[in-house]
Design a protein. Structure first.
Length: 72
């Protein structure tokens, strides 16, 4: 049952995030995407640790932010 709730919450959060991205620059979108992916990866790698999730989100956000700079 917890898995179904987690999937539902994740889907809702993703839909809300995508709806809020319409006015964002490419770099802002990459930063947000990196933070989400990094947070998910950090959570998985640390067994759901809050510190791992936040740390992954920070690292992912920084990497996502820098990706667009390399293209220019």
């Amino acid at each position: 049952m917890k898995t179904i709730h987690l999937i539902s919450i994740s889907a809702l959060a993703t839909a809300m995030m995508l709806g809020g991205c319409s006015g964002m620059s490419s770099q802002d979108k990459n930063t947000a995407t990196g933070a989400v992916i990094g947070g998910a990866a950090g959570s998985v790698l640390t067994g759901g640790s809050a510190a791992g999730t936040v740390g992954g989100a920070v690292v992912g956000g920084v990497v996502g932010h820098e990706v667009d700079k390399e293209k220019k």
